[in-house]
Design a protein around this ligand. Sequence first.
Ligand SMILES: C[S@@+](CC[C@H](N)C(=O)[O-])C[C@H]1O[C@@H](n2cnc3c(N)ncnc32)[C@H](O)[C@@H]1O
Length: 369
Amino acid sequence: MTYRLFEEKHHASIYQRYRFVPPEEIRDIILHYLERKKGQPHVLAVDLGCGTGQNSRLLAPHFQEVVGIDISECQLEEARAVAGFNNITYRKGTAEELPFPDGSVDLLTAASAAHWFDQQRFLLEAGRVLKPCGCLALLGFADNIRLHYGSCGDRLTDIYDEFKKVLLPYTSTQVAVANTKLQDLYAAIPFPDKERIECIPLKQQISVRNIVGFIESFSMYQAFQRAEPDAATALLQRTHDSGMANRPFEGKEHATSYWKYRVSPSSQLIEEVMSFLKKKRGVQPFDLAVDVGCGSGQGTMLLAPHFSSMVGTDVSPAQLEVALEHATAPNTSEPTPEERRRRVDWTGDNLCLGPNSVALYKQSYDSIR
Ligand SMILES: C[S@@+](CC[C@H](N)C(=O)[O-])C[C@H]1O[C@@H](n2cnc3c(N)ncnc32)[C@H](O)[C@@H]1O
C-alpha cells in the first residue's frame, strides 16, 4: 500500500518553508560511516521520500550526483524550485521500485520518511540497488521536542504537547511507527553490519511562527484540517497566540514593567536627534516620524511633540497596548476604545494619520514600506 498524505500544493509549500534540515552532525555521521565501510568515490546518493529536498541538498556537496525520489509531485516541484544545486535531480517514484540498476547506489537515505514505505518491498529494493558495502541511512525525529524561551520554563513545551494531544485521533499508524523509532524496520534490515544511534540532541533557535509552521506540516494536522477546517485553523491560531504570549516582551505584565522601569531616552538625546534632523532636512515643520520597535512607547512619546504625526510600530500587541495606555504626549488626544482596537489590530489598510496624532500600530520592521 502506498500512502499519499503529502500531495497538496499548500502542504508542500509549508514543508519547504518550515521543515528542519537534518543537522550537519547527522550528515557527518552518515558520511563517516560510508567512508569507513565503502570508501571513496562517493558517486551516487539517493534520498528517498525526499519531500521538498532539505536532506538531498545537505548531501549534494559530498556526491557526484544526488537523486531525490518522492511520490508527491507537489513536494518535488517545491524541491526543484530551490536553485543552485546542479548535481541534484528530483524524480517522481516510490521507494519500493527504484529506477536504478543493481549495485549502482553508494548511499540510500530516507529522512522522516521510511515509516511510510512498504517495509519488505523497500528493504528488498534497497538490497538490490546498493553497491557492495554501500550504506542505507534512516533518519527520524524522536517525539520529545522541548521548547525553551528565556524564563518561560516548560510553558512553551506544554503548549506544544497540548496541541499534539488534540491531534492524537488524527495520528496515523505510520506516524505511531515513526514514534517507536522504527524499531521493527531496524530489526528487519537483513544487512550483516548495522548500527543504531539514538538521541542526538538537536538544539535550534526557532521563532514561534516557525514552530507553528513546523507543526502545521504534520500529516496529522493536515488530516485534522481536512476533517474540521475551522477547528484546525483556530487551534493553530491559539497555539501561535499562546506561544507569543509566553515570549518576553509579549506578556502584558512584562510590557507594563517595561513602561515602568525602562530608562527613557534622555531629553538631551532627543535634542541631539532633532538638531541632526534640522541640520540635514532643514524644512520644518516635520510631518511624520516612525518609531520602529517602539515597545511601550517611551521614546515615541518624547519624539511626538516635534512632529505633526508620530507612529510607533511593534510586533508585540501587549507592548502596544501599554503604549496606547500612556499615549498622552501634549499633541495627542487619548484614542477612543474603538480607535485603540482598530489601531492595535491594524492590518495595513487603514494607515491614515490625521495631524497631531500619535498612532501605534502592530507591525514588524520588515513590513514597513
Ligand atoms: C514526512 S515527509 C519527509 C520529507 C523529507 N525527507 C524531510 O525530511 O522533510 C515524507 C515524504 O515521503 C514521501 N513518501 C511517502 N511514501 C513514499 C513512498 N512509498 N515512496 C517514496 N516517497 C514516499 C511523501 O510524499 C513525503 O514527501
